[in-house]
Structures are given as structure tokens and as C-alpha cells.
Write a protein that binds this ligand. Structure first.
Ligand code: SF4
Length: 350
């Protein structure tokens, strides 16, 4: 059976869709409709037959763009469309493409155009919810959380090697990755610089901090680099804006631990099984987007009654105190980082 998965949400959603894609590939070729920003994350994935790019905010905006993508979906010969992203727009594309089986969640805005609706289970991890869309009607899966999968190319790995060589990092150098960015301002923990300075204190001279993110995160990386320099630490490796998504995943595979907000790097680390310390502020892991690396720790203010205050986190704290993040101090987070790394079977870093 040929399947088409439509996933045009955020990068993290696409990464969490990879277990579903892998499951569907057991039945036959899987084609994926993705945004231009997310298409690259599926490169080299053995379960993906092709990627159809849907530029919903650009050249494919409007009915004409939907028709173009629907024609591309029809050309795949798909007999099953899985609406991993639940908008009316993606449902309409599957319908226009003439795909007979259209499966999605019963809570999705586009559900009236589905031929089968699967109950949205809010208690499960989102990777597992998405995986459930491939289940035969009437069955319930109780499998443990599924880890996503990504496949950096040799060129991605070579780019990382080059970056690390440039910074005189050897194979033995313990790397600590920090991902301080997020689209939503209230999700950005404000003490990454203080944490980086403390990791230097505990790590000794050999520990290197590497900052991951997009070009817009460079100012955050500069602040972190300044804090580490002031503490006398080894120079920070600023990888912001320098790596593709898959190269970022390849870099994470080299790191002993990632410290991240509730944002896309968390899911990259899940795919690469990099030990993860995840900081949750206005959102909660219970939404289904927590880390899936075998070793992970959650850091959150569990007794703050205003949490959670939005599906994504507002741009500004509606109560102005922003305690969900400000109360998570760097000393405590540094202890959590030390704990997760010293659990490692290899020699402790800190
Ligand atoms: S209202 Fe509460 S959860 Fe929301 S941003 Fe403010 S402190 Fe955080």
C-alpha cells in the first residue's frame, strides 16, 4: 500500500512523525508532504520514498497551490493519506488528490474531510499519538514511547568534524550542547549564560560548551560566550546559523548532554539519543512533547498554579513575574546536568 503523510506543522512535529513514517513503510512506499523549512530533515531517511514540498505561506498560498500539491500527491498513487497535521488545508489536499483513505485525529479542524477519525489521546506522547494513526480501526497500541529517527549524511558529519577541528576539539573533548533559543519568548530560559559559566567550574579545562540554534540565536550565543570567557573557561563553540538541521543532529550525536528549552533541538536530541536536560516553563511535558532520549531529566516548576498558560507559551508572561522560568536557577540546573552525565557508563565528565 502506498501512503502519503501530510505534516506541515513545526519542526518538532515533523521529527516526532518519523516513527509513524517508519511504521507505514512496512506496508509500502511512503511519500511525505512537508514545508520548505522541514523538508531537509527527512533527507536520507530510508523510510521516505519522496518529499513533496508545500510552501503554504509562499508560492503555494491559496487554492492554486493546494491544487498543485494535490496533483503531486495523486501522482504518487497513494491509497492512504495520514493527516499528521490536522488543518482543513491539508485535509482538502488529500481529498482533492482523490486519496480514498484519509486518516487523522478526531479533534483536528479538518476532520470532516477524513474517511476515518482516530481518538486523540492527550495522555500519550505525541510520537505515540501519531504512530497510532497507522493502527487498524478498533485497535489500541500500548507500546512504550517511540524514539524518532534521523539520518545525517557523511557530508553533515564532515561539516561537524570541520567545525570541531576549527575549534581544536579532539575526539576525547567532552562537549556540552546548549540550545537557548525558542520562537516563543517565555519558553527561553534566561540563565543559559550563568549555567555555562558554572559548567566550566565543574568541568575543568577540557569541557567545551557548544551553542546550537539558528542565525537569530547568535546574540544568545554571544552572551553565553562572554559569560564563559569571564569565568575563565575554554572558548565557546558558536554553531548558531552554521549547520543544517541534520548537521545539528550529527553534532548532537557527539555531545555528552544537551540542555534545551521546550523547542526543536530537544527532538533532534531524542532522535540521536543524546542525554537531554529539558527546561519547561509555560508549557508542560504532559502536552506530549517531552524528551525521548534514554537518559533525560525534566526541569520545571511543578507547583506553580499558572502553568501551563498556553499551548506554545506566550510572547510575554501575562502575570509579568515569569516565575515558571525565573525560578529555575542555574545552580540547580548545573546539578541536574552533572547528575545526568555522571549516570553515564563512561567516565564522568563533571
Ligand atoms: S503565567 Fe505562569 S506559566 Fe505563564 S509565562 Fe507567566 S509564570 Fe509562566
Amino acid at each position: 500500500m502506498v501512503s502519503c503523510v501530510l505534516q506541515t506543522a513545526f519542526l518538532g512535529d515533523m521529527i516526532l512523525t518519523t516513527p509513524l513514517i517508519t511504521r507505514l513503510a512496512e506496508d509500502g512506499p511512503v511519500h511525505v508532504v512537508a514545508t520548505p523549512a522541514n523538508a531537509g530533515i527527512l533527507l536520507n531517511h530510508p523510510a521516505v520514498a519522496s518529499v513533496i514540498v508545500f510552501d503554504k505561506r509562499g508560492r503555494d498560498r491559496g487554492v492554486g497551490g493546494m491544487r498543485r500539491v494535490a496533483r503531486a500527491v495523486r501522482a504518487t498513487g497513494a491509497s492512504r493519506a495520514v493527516l499528521a497535521q490536522g488543518s482543513v488545508r491539508t485535509a482538502a489536499i488529500a481529498w482533492l488528490a482523490g486519496v480514498p483513505e484519509r486518516v487523522g485525529f478526531d479533534t483536528s479542524p479538518g476532520r470532516l474531510l477524513y474517511s476515518r477519525r482516530v481518538p486523540f489521546d492527550g495522555a500519550r506522547h505525541h510520537a505515540q499519538r501519531l504512530w497510532q494513526l497507522a493502527s487498524p480501526p478498533g485497535t489500541t497500541h500500548t507500546a512504550p514511547p517511540l524514539r524518532p529517527s534521523l539520518f545525517p549524511s557523511p557530508a553533515d558529519v564532515a561539516l561537524v568534524d570541520s567545525l570541531l577541528r576549527e575549534h581544536e576539539v579532539t575526539a576525547d573533548t567532552p562537549l556540552v550542547a546548549l540550545a537557548p533559543g525558542s520562537v516563543w519568548a517565555t519558553k527561553r530560559w534566561p540563565f543559559f549564560d550563568a549555567l555555562a559559566a558554572r559548567l566550566r567550574e565543574h568541568a575543568g579545562a577540557t569541557c567545551r560548551v557548544v551553542v546550537l540554534g539558528g542565525p537569530g540565536d547568535r546574540a544568545l550565543a554571544d552572551t553565553i560566550a562572554a559569560a564563559v570567557a569571564a569565568a575563565g573557561g575554554a572558548p565557546v563553540i558558536d554553531a548558531t546559523g552554521r549547520l543544517s538541521l541534520l548537521a545539528s543532529a550529527a553534532l548532537l550525536a557527539r555531545c555528552r548532554v544537551l540542555v534545551t528549552n521546550d523547542s526543536a533541538p530537544l527532538h533532534l536530541a531524542s532522535a540521536m539519543n543524546t542525554p537531554t536536560v529539558a527546561l519547561f516553563g509555560p508549557t508542560v511535558p504532559g502536552f506530549g512533547f517531552g524528551p525521548l532520549a534514554e537518559r533525560h531529566r525534566l526541569v520545571e516548576h511543578t507547583d506553580l498554579p499558572c502553568r501551563p498558560c498556553g499551548a506554545h507559551g506566550p510572547m510575554r508572561c501575562p502575570l509579568d513575574h515569569w516565575r515558571c522560568m525565573r525560578d529555575l536557577d542555574a545552580v540547580m540546573v548545573a546539578d541536574v546536568v552533572r547528575a545526568i552525565v555522571t549516570d553515564a557508563p563512561s567516565t564522568p565528565v563533571f
